[in-house]
Design a protein around this ligand. Sequence first.
Ligand code: HEB
Length: 749
Amino acid sequence: MSESKCPVHPSNYNANVGGGGTRNRDWWPGELKLGILRQQTDVTNPMSKDFEYAQAFKSLDYNGLKKDLNDLMTDSQEWWPADFGHYGGLFVRMAWHSAGTYRVYDGRGGGGSGQQRFAPLNSWPDNVSLDKARRLLWPIKQKYGNKISWGDLFLLTGNVALESMGVKTTGFAGGRTDTYEADESVYWGGEQTWLGNEVRYSDGREGVRDVGHGPVDSSQSNASTDKGHTDIHSRDMEKPVAASHMGLIYVNPEGPDGIPDPVASARDIRTTFGRMAMNDEETVALIAGGHTFGKTHGAAEPSNIGAEPNAASIADQGFGWINQYKSGKGPDTITSGLEVTWTKTPVKWSNHYLEYLFKFDWELEKSPGGAHQWVAKDAPEMIPHAYDANIKKKPTMLTTDLALRFDPEYEKVARRFANDNEALHEAFSLAWFKLLHRDMGPRSRWLGPEIPQEQAIWEDPIPADSCSQIDDKDVQALKKQILDTGIAPTKLIAVAFASAGSFRGSDKRGGAAGGRIRLEPMKDWKVNNPPQLQEVLGALEKVQKDSDKKVSIADLIVLAGCAALEKCSGASVPFTPGRGDATQEQTDIEAIGHLEPYADGFRNYGESTHRVRTEQFLVDRAHLLKLSAPEMTVLLGGMRTLNQNYDGSSHGVLTKNPGKLSNDFFVNLLDTSTAWKAADDREQVFNGVDRKTGQQKWTATRADLIFGSHPELRALAEVYGQNDGQEKMVKDFVAVWDKLMNNDRYDVG
Ligand code: HEB
């Protein structure tokens, strides 16, 4: 776990065809990048447009697939033999590392799209040997074709592995649609070396450690403490990352920065697992349950293994870490460099992990590969060898395992589980299910015969019986009643946007369905302008009460926005009813809290931090809303003329007619007679003055001016700022609006 590598290969710049050469991102590394807004499009996807994974999955022989996976567990292959004759441990680790990259702050990562096939994940030092696990699955993937995605297969295989070793799982839901390229939207850290952590504890400031706040944290932190090193007991990890080092899923198994200190490692575990929405009990259950199985691999020095898959020879065909030590596999495998087997029955569910953890005293030792690990001092030699029935060893553990005993809070949970295997079994099964399904979104996306009945709070449930039942005629009548309340249309638009705009396409949470904007914590978010929100909600509740139809507030919010937009644009705006209302009890306040945007350029909310510029936040937000760059452009321009700044300010409202949907924002932004000048030395707000008279005309933020300064955004702005731009503007805005309102409607095709 001490590998350190420079990821930059200068020779890549030499190719004079095929996208080689020194590129814009080399010349101007600071230029706003729009790449994440054009990922996973039709041109990157080999499936035809009418391919629907959910349809294909429905024709899958699910039980046949499960049987094949079950048979695979003990079908040891010569080219990569199974430890103890069973691949269970390896496949559980594959599934765990696939799902375990999820983080609450932006909902990105996770096992939802089969990303473990792509870099950087396929080549992370924490994923050594999982290239073999995935390749073992290829014959089965090949057999079932498009009826099972890689994303589903990785996780289902982990589930089947657990079942075949005696775990009673909570169930499984399919529905993860594969992508065909690496997801560039995920910030994995700013380090330039594997297993480094120099950025995540310094908040991006060079030489400054431990002041950390990340890009989605509001505090402009007190950056003056230059400790020059990390205090492993009190370090503060940047957001949104959920791993303590570049290239790890969570934490260094040897302890923070390789220091074998179980108590300090508990701190890192609590931070990282917490960022995957796991509490202490779930964390202990997952680690204790997971390390009941399998072994770690450190037969010899890690210097024996070759380059990771993404840097390996073309002849290696996607395999990496070719091992020169003896046979290079089986008993000679080098994965983490640690050599630990936790229990005497590594392919069978048991309580031995916690039993040994508390029963024995642990002594620091080094693996054959030279890594810190712990051995049970006075224990008998009872742990089997993975390949030689004649060899028995003492129990061994990782520093992170001992954290469950030596951290006082983890200890309480772990002791309870140690005395009650059924409780551990149940907690493990539930936490495992959550781990695998945390980023699936609503149940309308879940597929297959093994979906559990009971809904968990982390699913953000919405009661089905609260959904509106209204037809077109009702919609027209309700629209009229809404507009008759006399509330300004721009306010209705603001609330609809606030409601639908809470969605994020990463883990498919938030959005208008459920009407959670009425509830804590969303109703109090500053970006939602709480007094204005209450005024609108009050009026809509009255409309609901006065109506003899069954209509949810969630629907009324969206309908109000649509009706208001029709008024402000003269266009007709589509509306799809059917949303339900969640209750406060069905709402996990902390979990929903993670949806609060640090900045939202569409409403001119928030500004640059010392490491992220306003316009970068805007692109990030647009990505979470699943917008393309043209969609982001038209949405922002329209929101400005509709006077939608969260605080009613006139920054960027470049029109004489605020409240009317028009292309004025683009026309006036592109007007050369205006000269712009920063109004503050952080370049957050700008004044636009008449070049000739010097008279002040407008004010604007970075989120506004970027559409005139960035060459590609300017090209898009020009399309709408032309004389033929107004009509297109209205049409395109309405289309984006409709998309936004229905981003979370997985229930309607
Ligand atoms: Fe684990 C293995 C670490 C958690 C499951 N792990 C392992 C290893 C390591 C670890 C280092 C080895 C690798 C090799 O092969 O060498 N983990 C770890 C850490 C953590 C964990 C640091 C945090 C604290 N796990 C976990 C969880 C789970 C798991 C949560 C589930 C649930 N693992 C696992 C398994 C294994 C491992 C099953 C075995 C594998 C085999 O056998 O191959």
